[in-house]
Write a protein that binds this ligand. Structure first.
Ligand SMILES: Cc1cc2nc3c(=O)[nH]c(=O)nc-3n(C[C@H](O)[C@H](O)[C@H](O)COP(=O)(O)OP(=O)(O)OC[C@H]3O[C@@H](n4cnc5c(N)ncnc54)[C@H](O)[C@@H]3O)c2cc1C
Length: 390
């Protein structure tokens, strides 16, 4: 199997500070030394890397976006996307486990949680001792998340949840979930409230894990609520603000999916370059055939564009256009990474279709980046809606 040599440095440093550059190098070293060995086997066996995830916790990678006063590492969004990219370059599944805990569990608790909730839950998550998840999607409510049916009814000093969440990343390995449920059936999107639900709450069951096409070393399963009791103090944000909290969370977390796509794209390019130098056809390395060179040029150019968009969105999180910028980054980076994996596999010829070659796994892993946290169609909707608003 071809071993990918390092590629020439990207033209972009996007003003990475010395601290951010050290972080990038450290995460790359950790990913190469601790995650790469065994990544293919874990994928084949659909095995969650519990030990590696707890090492990531000890390094502060699971509480990157949590303020230091709540036990987090207090990194900015640019540092976060740099770390996700480096993890995804080596193992997109492990990057997904990490980014979900950071961006759709810790982030909304940190931004919308009461002081008590933050003090009670964030230090545990930020330390990496436990993982987090996010429950928005339901079997009948995907892109149209506002039509969700999971109910929450008040009973004394608790809420009681009934319903089902589908496709929940980290279900089965997480200890806390941010869950959206309907508290007012008559109020459409304004009748949805967010809750922080413990995985061991009475009445919460984790369904059978999904048999996924990719990201097989990460866990994804349904959450089944049957008279599930949640303490009233675990309400996240205002009553009826759950849908807004979900959208704000996704506006931010899409940066992580864009970064995951950039990391996969980077690796697909590295593998294409290495293989095309090594494979000889018609008496010369295939890298010397123009059709192959042009594919590589295209992949490299789209990679730079995707990285610039992603990092530019990451340094714009306080702007009014932050949500649109994150959607644009996610849309472009995920579709470009899908094209790159397609072309890289094409360059590998029949060998690309073999599990012996890393590109075969990347080709499966990359597909979902254009689907989760909003499909490409939904990103185009979000972007155009913001631009065409009166
Ligand atoms: C591996 C994985 C992990 C996930 N993790 C989580 C998680 O942790 N938490 C969570 O809540 N969810 C999670 N999801 C769910 C994910 O966010 C949804 O799958 C996604 O939002 C799409 O919803 P859907 O699958 O129901 O597709 P649908 O909404 O049924 O869409 C089907 C197709 O129709 C298109 N479509 C729908 N409406 C329109 C429209 N108005 N105009 C044009 N086209 C449209 C879509 O773009 C898509 O192509 C995960 C999914 C996967 C695959």
């Amino acid at each position: 199997m071809a071993v990918a040599p390092p590629l020439p440095q990207s033209g972009l440093d996007f003003g990475l500070s010395e601290e951010q550059e050290i972080l990038r190098r450290e995460v790359r070293r950790f990913a190469e030394e601790r995650i790469r060995p065994g990544a293919a086997a874990r994928d084949a066996e659909r095995r969650f890397p519990a030990e590696i995830v707890s090492e990531m916790g000890a390094l502060g990678l699971l509480g990157m976006l949590v303020d230091e006063e709540y036990g987090g590492a207090g990194f900015d969004a640019l540092s976060y996307v740099v770390a996700v990219e480096e993890l995804a370059r080596v193992c997109p599944a492990t990057a997904g486990t990490m980014s979900v805990t950071n961006s759709v569990c810790c982030w909304p608790i940190g931004h919308f949680g009461s002081e008590g909730l933050k003090r009670r839950i964030l230090p545990e998550l930020a330390s990496g001792r436990v993982l987090g998840g996010f429950g928005l999607t339901e079997p009948e409510a995907g892109s149209d998340a506002g039509s969700l049916k999971t109910r929450a009814e008040r009973a004394g000093d608790s809420w009681v949840l009934d319903g089902e969440k589908a496709w929940i990343t980290n279900a089965g390995v997480a200890s806390w979930f941010v869950v959206m449920a309907r508290t007012d059936p008559g109020a459409e999107k304004g009748g949805i409230t967010a809750f922080v639900v413990a995985a061991d709450s009475p009445g919460l069951q984790i369904g059978s894990p999904e048999a996924k096409m990719g990201l097989r070393a990460a866990k994804t399963a349904p959450l089944l609520f049957n008279r599930c009791k949640v303490p009233a103090e675990n309400q996240l944000g205002e009553l009826g603000a759950g849908f807004k909290i979900a959208l704000a969370t996704l506006d931010h977390s899409r940066l992580g999916i864009a970064a995951q796509a950039v990391g996969i794209h980077q690796r697909a390019l590295e593998l294409a370059v290495a293989y095309s130098r090594e494979r000889v056809q018609f008496g010369k390395p295939i890298a010397q055939h123009q059709a192959i060179r042009f594919k590589i040029a295209q992949m490299a150019t789209e990679l730079e564009a995707a990285r610039v968009l992603t990092r530019s969105a990451a340094v714009s999180t306080t702007r009014a256009s932050a949500g649109r910028l994150a959607s644009q980054a996610k849309l472009f980076a995920s579709e470009a990474a899908n094209r790159a994996c397609y072309e890289s596999l094409q360059i590998h010829g029949g060998n690309g279709f073999s599990d012996e070659y890393e590109i075969s796994k990347l080709y499966r892993d990359v597909r979902v980046t254009a689907i989760y946290e909003g499909t490409s169609e939904m990103q185009r909707w979000v972007i155009s809606r913001q631009l065409l608003r009166d």
